[in-house]
Design a binder for this molecule. Structure first.
Ligand SMILES: O=C1O[C@H](COP(=O)(O)O)[C@@H](O)[C@H](O)[C@H]1O
Length: 263
């Protein structure tokens, strides 16, 4: 599993709120075995919604092929780093430490901490956060939780990223229900994407989701994104046309027919 932790920006909103996609560097956790320049912080957006689909075994593809398929503008973070850990335990400790530090900083500075989650193996990687000392130290009441991608299925469906996060993480911490932004699962994928975009716009206008002073575009405080073995993030598979779009809305929906353009 690969984790990508970024504060990042997303794309266009109508006035008075405008958004754009951009990645920024983040201060990364301590005690890695080694680290190198990491140019793959890849695309954090758009948030993707997928319609119901059957899981298909992924074809393995070297990550370097994925990297070279990315548009050059996706490879321009200021100070990206790759941290390599000797064990999962060390990675999870470092991830918890990093998240708790950021949470403290943002909660104290502005009274809110906006966190974007993916589905997949990432969620189990958050387990240290629900254990002592982090569980007691973190100001969960100030967290606002979003999803980078979601399957358009009922919230109790086994494919639901919300269900995964709820069962393994959210049900074990005290984040107010109204600050957990699951998709509307009772409408089409297109309508759910539009609804989610509108809710994010409202949160931007309320100041819960911040705007970058330099670009005027919104940004989330922390994005925790799992990466599949073929390099896919957020249902965006290598070769998918969305990866090459110059201008995209804040959210996109994809169907199982066009989910994997590379296959
Ligand atoms: O399709 C998806 O896969 C990625 C990666 O999952 P992982 O289990 O290989 O870590 C996940 O982040 C994303 O939310 C999901 O829709």
């Amino acid at each position: 599993m690969t984790l990508s932790a970024n504060s990042s920006f997303f794309s266009p909103l109508s006035p008075p709120c405008r958004l754009s996609r951009r990645l920024t560097s983040s201060k990364l956790p301590v005690n890695p075995r080694s680290f190198n320049t990491f140019n793959s912080s890849v695309r954090a957006g758009p948030i993707a919604l997928t319609t119901a689909f059957s899981f298909i075994q992924l074809r393995r593809r070297p990550q370097s092929a994925f990297m070279s398929s990315l548009p050059s503008r996706a490879l321009t973070t200021a100070d990206p780093k790759l941290l390599v850990f000797d064990s999962d335990e060390e990675l999870l400790d470092s991830l918890a430490n990093y998240t708790a530090d950021l949470s403290k900083r943002f909660c104290e500075e502005r009274g809110a901490f906006t966190v974007v989650l993916s589905g997949g193996s990432l969620i189990k990687s958050l387990r240290k956060l629900i254990e002592s000392p982090y569980s007691d130290l973190i100001d969960w009441g100030k967290w606002h939780v979003f999803w980078i991608d979601e399957r358009v299925v009922p919230k109790d469906h086994p494919d639901s990223n919300y269900k995964l996060a709820f069962d393994e993480f959210l049900s074990k911490v005290q984040i107010p229900t109204g600050q957990v932004y699951a998709i509307n699962d009772s409408v089409s994928a297109e309508a759910a994407a539009e609804d989610y975009e509108n809710r994010i716009k409202q949160l931007v206008c309320k100041g819960v989701v911040q705007l970058s002073p330099s670009t005027g575009f919104p940004k989330f405080d922390l994005m925790l994104l799992g990466m599949g073995p073929d390099g896919h993030i957020a249902s965006l598979f290598p070769g998918h046309p969305l990866l090459h779009e110059q201008v995209a809305g804040l959210l996109r929906f994809v169907t199982h027919q066009n989910r994997r353009q590379s296959e």
